[in-house]
Ligand binder design. Structure first.
Ligand code: SF4
Ligand code: SF4
Length: 99
């Protein structure tokens, strides 16, 4: 991923901060982030008490948010602003290769 130059509509330089990862240990599964993302990047999943991914509602112990489609992220940072747990990591384009 190469560095790119972005600007606002008014021509001011602007650096997108893309969602790189979500810490599954700290995520509350509150769903606030997915509500503000307009790009379908995020997806809630259920986990069993052993931490395995589960689709059977009766067996789900807790929910966490995951990055389902990272390549659709536009780096707006809206999801970070609504997360009460600061469990998301964002970064500019040059950091994508390190994730
Ligand atoms: S930075 Fe913006 S586009 Fe990317 S996941 Fe967060 S809300 Fe969605
Ligand atoms: S806002 Fe934060 S705590 Fe809530 S689901 Fe999203 S990443 Fe998890």
């Amino acid at each position: 991923m190469t560095d790119r130059n972005f600007v606002t509509r008014g021509g001011t330089p602007w650096t997108p901060v893309y969602l790189l990862k979500i810490d599954p240990e700290n995520c509350l599964g509150c769903g606030r982030c997915v509500k503000v993302c307009g790009r379908n990047v995020l997806k809630m999943i259920g986990l069993t008490e052993d931490g395995d991914i589960c689709e059977e509602e009766g067996d789900i112990e807790r929910y966490i948010m995951t990055v389902a489609d990272a390549n659709d992220c536009i780096g707006c940072g809206a999801c970070a602003r609504v997360c009460a747990k600061s469990c998301q990591t964002h970064g500019p384009a040059p950091e994508l290769a390190a994730v």
